[in-house]
Design a protein. Structure first.
Length: 225
């Protein structure tokens, strides 16, 4: 398995995108109207700008790192996380990637940054790590679960939600309003695992999982589709 990425540098404003990436895609992130990034399995990061149909591979070395999630706060500054404790950072739009030390050897499922300094990464065994310096140092936060946390979504430096595998008859949902100093258990009508979350405003959160789509506030999610 090899870890690499591909991006586009042409500047077309109207084109159909044809991305030849294998194997299956596991994430998609739109940075802006003129930039699009996708994450695929086995560490392959692909980018295209201005809806350009041609893509260029990029190589976060050493190769062989499966990347599961990425988060960009500008078109240049972003992070990626994946298996075996891999956390990567770029400050030049993906031309070069720096390895960061998360402090534990975990399989990371998701990463989310609220700003260039503050972010979270989540993974197996209920692990949540938090940084306030762009990823240079990470601290462990307690969420009181051993379930795998599949997704994290941050609204700002204080508010974030995490969702994950079902535990005790319900999907895992945790939220914080103080930067992760404490995480509280949310309520949900969903009994199966949740895989991805979004937190677009202080009064609305979304998640998707095995049962479908759920929405609500960060403290309570219910099935809507």
């Amino acid at each position: 398995m090899f870890g690499f990425a591909r991006r586009s540098s042409r500047s077309r404003t109207r084109a159909r995108i044809h991305a030849r990436v294998t194997p299956r895609a596991v994430g998609l992130l739109v940075l802006a109207v003129a930039a699009l990034v996708t994450v695929v399995a086995y560490g392959r990061l692909s980018t295209a700008r201005n809806y350009d149909p041609s893509w260029r591979w990029e190589n976060p070395l050493p190769q062989g790192n499966q990347v599961n999630s990425m988060s960009f706060v500008t078109t240049d500054t972003g992070w990626a996380a994946g298996r075996s404790g891999v956390i990567l950072k770029t400050t030049d739009g993906g031309n070069a990637w720096q390895f960061l030390d998360g402090g534990v050897y975990r399989d990371w499922s998701a990463i989310s940054f609220a700003s260039t300094s503050t972010g979270w990464v989540t993974g197996d065994r209920g692990t949540v790590k938090h940084t306030t310096d762009g990823g240079s140092t990470w601290t462990t936060q307690t969420v009181s679960t051993s379930a795998t946390l599949r997704s994290v979504a941050s609204l700002d430096a204080l508010r974030a939600i995490v969702v994950g595998d079902a535990s005790g008859g319900a999907a895992t949902l945790r939220f914080t309003t103080n930067g992760g100093t404490t995480w509280s258990s949310g309520t949900t009508t969903v009994t199966a695992s949740l895989y991805s979350a979004a937190f677009p405003s202080g009064t609305l959160a979304w998640a998707v999982g095995a049962n479908g789509v759920v929405r609500g506030a960060e403290s309570a999610l219910k099935l809507v589709a």
